[in-house]
Unconditional design. Structure first.
Length: 86
């Protein structure tokens, strides 16, 4: 994960009570995991695991509480297999 990357998971549910989001981002030399319940107006908790590996393990633990989680992170487009064809 580069310093400009971020990742986002959503539990697939709509509504202020049911929606949950988890974000992972790098800030300088640290990683930040943010868990939000209830959408933009809900409550947020944050943690700063020491490494990316620890952050991903922590997120796996958060995701294991229910089904329906999906990653919404933007991925860069796949490289053009034939860049000379344009």
């Amino acid at each position: 994960m580069t310093r400009d990357d971020s990742r986002h998971w959503w539990n697939g549910r709509w509504g202020r009570i049911a929606r949950r989001d988890i974000h992972l981002r790098a800030e300088g030399d640290r990683y930040v995991v943010e868990a939000r319940e209830g959408g933009a107006d809900g409550t947020t908790r944050t943690w700063s695991p020491p490494t990316e590996k620890d952050a991903l393990q922590f997120i796996d633990d958060l995701l294991s509480d229910q089904d329906g989680w999906r990653e919404l992170s933007a991925r860069p487009p796949a490289p053009d297999p034939d860049p000379g064809s344009r």
